[in-house]
Design a protein around this ligand. Sequence first.
Ligand code: HEM
Length: 143
Amino acid sequence: MISLYRTVLAFHVIAVISWMAGILYLFRLFVYHAQETENIVKQRFGVMENKLYKIITYPAMWVSLALGTTMIGLQPFLLETHWFRLKVVFVAFLMAATLWAGNIRHQLQENRCKISSKAFRFLNEIPTLLMIGIVLLVILKPF
Ligand code: HEM
């Protein structure tokens, strides 16, 4: 029989995939946006960033959180495990990175962003590393 828990889990994974696709591509767009000099191209990057953030990344983050929280409600003992507590810490950083990206988007569009495209290339790795850490924790449950 299909359990409620596993159904919520399936939609959680779908939402997380959308969130990750959005945040990883958003940081890549920032790299190109920051190195661009032509205004018309910058504006086009701005439109792409806005749509990606507002339609996919931001809503998917809250859907992932809502479904993840639902699973905690269904299996509260998870909060007592060390691997899950560490996951929550990594997720908090990932959410902070997502909200920060929303802010950077405005700065780039208003030509007041001081971060270079080289720095964005480096910053791009942070959500990637957090994602790898979270997936290893939830799959391997190492402690
Ligand atoms: C937004 C806050 C989040 C909450 C509250 C949350 C919570 C949960 C919970 C309760 C489970 C079930 C764990 C189990 O039964 O073993 C789960 C599974 C999972 N989570 Fe999250 N999660 C969140 C974000 C994320 C993120 C950001 C990722 C990946 C980058 C992620 C990836 C996964 C994966 C792959 C599973 C499936 C593990 C399995 O196969 O059982 N989650 N999550």
